[in-house]
Design a protein around this ligand. Structure first.
Ligand code: AHR
Length: 629
C-alpha cells in the first residue's frame, strides 16, 4: 500500500479515546480490584442471597451463628456473627476466614478493623496463617474495649514476619474464653486490607491498578453495565447507599448472582479516577431494571431528583445539600464531572415497552432536567443512533458491540456514518465469539485471543478515524476473578494470587494504541482500499506524525510505503509492531502466566519525500510515531 498522510484537513479528535469500564461482575469489585481481603465481612444478605456464615469457620470449637440483634451495628448491617464460648477452657477460641479464595500474605502492612459487642476483658489476637500447615506468618494482640451494651470498633496494624509460599491462608481472630462474661460475643464488619494503590484507605489493589494505569486510559465508565440497572425496581445500585462509613453501606443483591458489599462505592470510583487522572463517565439510574420493569411517568420525578442529587453530591459546593454531605465524609473539594450517562442498554431489558418508555419520557425528562441544572455536562443516552433511536439534542449515544472477529472488521466503517449531531461513546466492546459462533449460551470464548484482539484493533481504528464524533471506547468487562465468574472474556483476569493477574492479548493491543494519542486526524490517500490493511493517521499534540494500523485476513506481509506530507528525507520514526502466536486462537493463560504477544520497536529513516518503508505481517497491530514534526 502506498499511503500519503496529508498535512492539512482532518479533524480535532476526542481527548478521551481509550478508557475503562467497571461494574462488579465476575467478583471484579469485591474479590477483585477492591482490596478488602475478608469475604462476607459484614454478613450482608438479601432476599436473593440470604445472610449466611459463608466464608467463616470456627477456631477451637467456638460456636458460630448469625444473629439479628435488636441493637445491630447499624441499620445497614443488621446481622452479625455470634461466638458462643461454650465450655472451652485453656485455649483460645474464635473464627477464621479464607478470604476471596485465598489471602496473599507478605511482609507488608495489613490494616484491620472489627466491631465487637459483649462483655469481655483481655485481648483479641488477629493473625494470618497457612491453611495447610498452620504456620503463623503474622499476629497482633488488640486490647479489648468490648462492652455489653453497644458496639466498639477495634483497629489494628499487622506486619507478617514472613511471606507465605501460596495464598492458601486464613485470617483469624481468637480470644481467651475466660475473659468473656455472658457466654458469647457478637462480631461484625471484620475487615483487613493490604497496602492499596496510592495508599488510599478502603482502596484498590495495586497490581491491578498499575496494569490499568499502564494502558494510559482517559476515562472510567461507572458503575455498570447491568449492575447499575439492578434486577428489580427496588434492587438497583443506589449511589447514596454506597457512600460514607462502611457500616452505613448495606450492599446489594448484585445482578451477577452474588451479594456485593458496596465497599467499592461512588467515592471510591471517583478516587480511582483521581488516581489515574481520568474522566469519570457517571451513569445514573433511569428507572429500568433488568426484569424489564420501568418506572411510570407519574412516578418518575423522584428518579430524576435522585440522579440530580448524585451529581450534586459529586460536583456541588459545600453550600449545597449533597455537596455538604460529601464534605462531611472527607471530600470538601467538589469533583468535576464532564459526562453523565443515562441508564444502561435501555434498548434491551423490557423492550419494546421499556425502550418505548425510554424514548417517550425517561430519556427526554432526564435530558431536560440535566440540561437545566448542569448545562455544561455532556449527556450520553444509554443507546446510540445504531439502536433505532433519535436521541434528543444535546445528548450523545452509547453503542455496545460484543462481536466476532469478522464482525469487528465489518464494523470498521460503521462510525463513518456518525454526524456531528450524534456523538457516540462505545461504552462496551469485546470479541466474545469466534467467527461463526454467535449464540450467547455455550460458546463465549474463555479469554481474549490474539486474532480477536487484532480484529478489535480494526474496530478501534474505525472509531479513531472518526475521533471527532466518537467520544471514546472501552473494552468490557474489565476483570474476572478466576474462582467465580459469569462472563469469561475479560481484559484482565485475577485471583488472590497476584501472579495470576493476567494481561490479555487485548490488554497488550490497547496498551500500544493508548500509548500514542492522535489529537488531530489527517486525511490519508491510498492506492488500495481498506483490507487487509486498516489504519488511521494524524498528529500528536506535539505535532508528531502518528500512524496506527492492523492487518487481518492476509497470508503475506503487507508492504507499506507511508509518506507524511511535509516531512523530508532523513526524518526518523519509531515503529512498534505486535504479532501473535502461530495459532490465531492463542491467548494469555493465567494458569501458565505466558504472554503470546510479541512486540518489537525499530527506528525507521524516511526516504524521498519523507516516506517510511516497512512491511506488516499477517495478524499484526502497529503504531508508528515520527520523532519530529
Ligand atoms: O459487560 C457485560 C454486560 O454486557 C454489561 O453488564 C451489559 O451492559 C452488557 O449487556
Amino acid at each position: 500500500a502506498n499511503l500519503v498522510v496529508h498535512a492539512t484537513g482532518g479533524n480535532v479528535t476526542t481527548s478521551t479515546m481509550y478508557g475503562l469500564m467497571h461494574e462488579d461482575i465476575n467478583n471484579s469489585g469485591d474479590g477483585g480490584i477492591y482490596a478488602e481481603l475478608i469475604y462476607n465481612r459484614a454478613f450482608q444478605g438479601s432476599d436473593m442471597f440470604p445472610t449466611s456464615l459463608d466464608g467463616w469457620s470456627s477456631v477451637n470449637g467456638a460456636a458460630l451463628s448469625i444473629k439479628n440483634s435488636s441493637t445491630p451495628l447499624s441499620w445497614a448491617l443488621p446481622s452479625s456473627m455470634n461466638i458462643a464460648v461454650g465450655s472451652g477452657k485453656g485455649q483460645k477460641i474464635g473464627f477464621r476466614n479464607g478470604g476471596y479464595w485465598g489471602i496473599d500474605v507478605r511482609v507488608q502492612k495489613y490494616t484491620g478493623s472489627f466491631y465487637v459487642k459483649g462483655s469481655h476483658t483481655g485481648s483479641f489476637t488477629a493473625s494470618l496463617q497457612s491453611n495447610l500447615t498452620g504456620e503463623v506468618f503474622g499476629s497482633v494482640d488488640v486490647k479489648s474495649k468490648s462492652v455489653e451494651k453497644g458496639w466498639t470498633q477495634h483497629e489494628f496494624v499487622m506486619v507478617p514476619t514472613k511471606d507465605a509460599p501460596n495464598v492458601n491462608n486464613t485470617f483469624a481472630i481468637t480470644f481467651d474464653p475466660a475473659g468473656v462474661q455472658g457466654g458469647s460475643l457478637d462480631f461484625n464488619l471484620i475487615s483487613l486490607f493490604p497496602p492499596t494503590y496510592k495508599n488510599r484507605p478502603n482502596g484498590l489493589r495495586p497490581d491491578i491498578m498499575e496494569d490499568l494505569a499502564e494502558l494510559n486510559p482517559t476515562f472510567l465508565r461507572l458503575p455498570g453495565g447491568n449492575m447499575l440497572e439492578g434486577n428489580t425496581q427496588t434492587n438497583w445500585w443506589k449511589w447514596n447507599e454506597t457512600i460514607g462509613p462502611l457500616k452505613d453501606r448495606p450492599g446489594m443483591a448484585n445482578v451477577w448472582n452474588y451479594q456485593i458489599t458496596y465497599g467499592l462505592g461512588l467515592v471510591e470510583y471517583m478516587e480511582w479516577c483521581e488516581d489515574l487522572n481520568i474522566e469519570p463517565i457517571v451513569a445514573v439510574w433511569d428507572g429500568l431494571s433488568l426484569d424489564g420493569h420501568f418506572t411510570s411517568e407519574a412516578d418518575f420525578q423522584p428518579i430524576i431528583q435522585f440522579a440530580l442529587d448524585e451529581i450534586e453530591f459529586l460536583t456541588g459546593d459545600v453550600s449545597t445539600k449533597w455537596g455538604a454531605v460529601r464534605a462531611s465524609i472527607g471530600h470538601p473539594t467538589p469533583w468535576k464531572v464532564k459526562y453523565v450517562e443515562i441508564g444502561n442498554e435501555d434498548w434491551l431489558a423490557g423492550a419494546p415497552a421499556g425502550y418505548d418508555s425510554f424514548k417517550a419520557y425517561r430519556l427526554p425528562l432526564l435530558i431536560k432536567a440535566f440540561t437545566e441544572k448542569y448545562p455544561d455536562i455532556k449527556l450520553i443516552s444509554s443507546s446510540s443512533v445504531f439502536d433505532n433511536i433519535t436521541i434528543p439534542a444535546p445528548a450523545a449515544g452509547d453503542f455496545h458491540a460484543y462481536l466476532t472477529p469478522d464482525g469487528n472488521v465489518a464494523s470498521f466503517s460503521q462510525f463513518d456514518h456518525l454526524t456531528k449531531d450524534n456523538l457516540t461513546l462505545i461504552g462496551e466492546y469485546a470479541t466474545v465469539h469466534p467467527n461463526g459462533g454467535t449464540a450467547w449460551e455455550g460458546n463465549l470464548m474463555p479469554y481474549p485471543w490474539w486474532g480477536g484482539s487484532v480484529s478489535e484493533a480494526i474496530f478501534l481504528l474505525g472509531a479513531e478515524r472518526n475521533g471527532d464524533r466518537v467520544i471514546g471506547a472501552t473494552y468490557a468487562p474489565g476483570l474476572r476473578n478466576l474462582n467465580r465468574w459469569q462472563w469469561s472474556v475479560t481484559l484482565m483476569q485475577h485471583s488472590a494470587d497476584p501472579k495470576q493477574t493476567t494481561r490479555s492479548t487485548s490488554w497488550y493491543m490497547l496498551r500500544l494504541f493508548g500509548s500514542k494519542i492522535i489529537t488531530h486526524t489527517r486525511p490519508v490517500t491510498s492506492d488500495v482500499s481498506f483490507g487487509p490493511l486498516y489504519y488511521v493517521a494524524g498528529n500528536s499534540a506535539e505535532g508528531h506524525g502518528i500512524f496506527k494500523a492492523a492487518v487481518y485476513n492476509s497470508t503475506a506481509d503487507i508492504p507499506v510505503s507511508l509518506q507524511f506530507e511535509g516531512f523530508a528525507k532523513g526524518a526518523t520514526a519509531q515503529l512498534t509492531v505486535q504479532t501473535g502466536p502461530e495459532d490465531p486462537y492463542g491467548y494469555n493463560d493465567p494458569f501458565l502466566q505466558n504472554n503470546v504477544v510479541k512486540e518489537s520497536t525499530i527506528t525507521l529513516t524516511a526516504g524521498d519525500k519523507g516516506t517510511f518503508e516497512f512491511s506488516l505481517p499477517p495478524l499484526s497491530v502497529a503504531v508508528l510515531e515520527t520523532d519530529g514534526k
